[in-house]
Every structure is written in structure tokens, then in C-alpha cells.
Design a protein around this ligand. Structure first.
Ligand SMILES: [Zn+2]
Length: 189
């Protein structure tokens, strides 16, 4: 029975393909695996090309996957099992950050920093938690890893929790975000 309606035809074909695919899934997968093993370079190149073209998509998916409890536990476990590797990784990360700090430049005196804290009312710029000299941490609004400088204008007070969860992501301090949302500021003013 030939189907006239093109949309219905497409649906029919889709259902047919799906059924066919599911029936044949395992042997298909085996054939694909065999092909990959026989052509490792071609497979690697294809994967590299995909990674390159879909970097943001992959990051978005991984960000969700990586937050699942068993993945977090698996990472912790891996770190516990590879202390020497972790030491090397951490050392390299510190070195990289030091290099970035030196390259990006900028400096801030203690007096300037305390003025920044006072400007924010000694509260975390992200969650508003009350801080003091003992609990305040320096957060780079534009992260060091993204080229952020050490000038006072790039530094805001943050609580430990916000500072460590922010990592090298770019987040607007709530005060700045609220300011940008206001519609009573004109470009000249
Ligand atoms: Zn906070």
C-alpha cells in the first residue's frame, strides 16, 4: 500500500528504520567495532574532528554528567588511588596559574583590597554571606585562567563556598548583575 502523504510516509519510514535498527542492534554494533579496530587512525581522526566541532555541546553534556553523585565519588576514588599523579597534576596547575598571574599583570595593595571589601559591605559578592578578615577570599571576576588581571577592579570578596564552586567560570557578582539589569542607566550616564 503506497503512502501518498509525504509526512505520513516519513513517519512510516522512520518507524521502519527504528524497528530494523533495534532488531539488528547488536550485530550492527559488532560490525562498527570491528571496523573501528581495523581503521584506528580513521576512527581517531573522526573523533577528533567531532570533538573539535562540538566542543561546547560536549562540555555542556559533561557538566551535567559530572555532577551525578556516582561520578563525583568515582573522581574522588581515582584521586585517592593516584596520589603521585595528583601531586604532579596539582603542581602543574599551580605553576600554570602562577604564570597566568604574571602574564595578566595587575596589583592590589591591602588598603585597596579592604576598600573593595568595604564597598561590598564585607559580604560575599555572589551570595551575600557576611564575611570578616578571617573568612573573606579574593575572587577574580574575570578568572585568572581567562586573562583576568590582579587589579583591584577585577577583585571581589567571596565566601569560600562561592569561590571554590566558581572555579574558572565567569559569573557576575550579584551587585553588578543587578546594576546591569537596571533600565534607568543611560549610556552617557
Ligand atoms: Zn558566597
Amino acid at each position: 500500500m503506497p503512502i501518498k502523504d509525504p509526512l505520513a510516509k516519513r513517519e512510516y519510514m522512520r518507524a521502519y528504520m527504528r524497528k530494523n535498527y533495534l532488531r539488528d542492534k547488536e550485530s550492527r554494533w559488532k560490525r562498527t567495532e570491528a571496523w573501528r579496530k581495523a581503521h584506528p587512525e580513521v576512527h581517531a581522526a573522526t573523533q577528533a574532528r567531532y570533538r573539535d566541532r562540538n566542543r561546547e555541546k560536549i562540555h555542556a553534556v559533561l557538566a551535567v554528567i559530572d555532577k551525578r553523585p556516582h561520578r563525583i565519588e568515582a573522581r574522588k576514588q581515582w584521586k585517592r588511588e593516584h596520589p603521585e599523579l595528583m601531586q604532579r597534576i596539582n603542581f602543574k596547575a599551580r605553576l600554570k596559574r602562577k604564570l597566568a598571574v604574571a602574564t595578566n599583570g595587575g596589583s592590589c595593595t591591602p588598603a585597596q583590597w579592604h576598600a573593595r571589601c568595604a564597598f561590598y559591605g564585607w559580604r560575599c559578592a555572589y551570595c551575600g554571606k557576611q564575611l570578616n578578615r578571617g573568612t573573606v577570599e579574593i575572587d577574580h571576576v574575570i578568572p585568572v585562567a581567562k586573562g583576568g588581571t590582579g587589579w583591584a577592579s577585577n577583585l571581589v570578596p567571596a565566601c569560600r563556598s562561592c569561590n571554590s564552586s566558581k572555579g574558572s567560570r565567569m559569573l557576575l557578582p550579584s551587585r553588578l548583575a543587578r546594576y546591569l539589569e537596571r533600565d534607568d542607566i543611560s549610556e552617557s550616564g
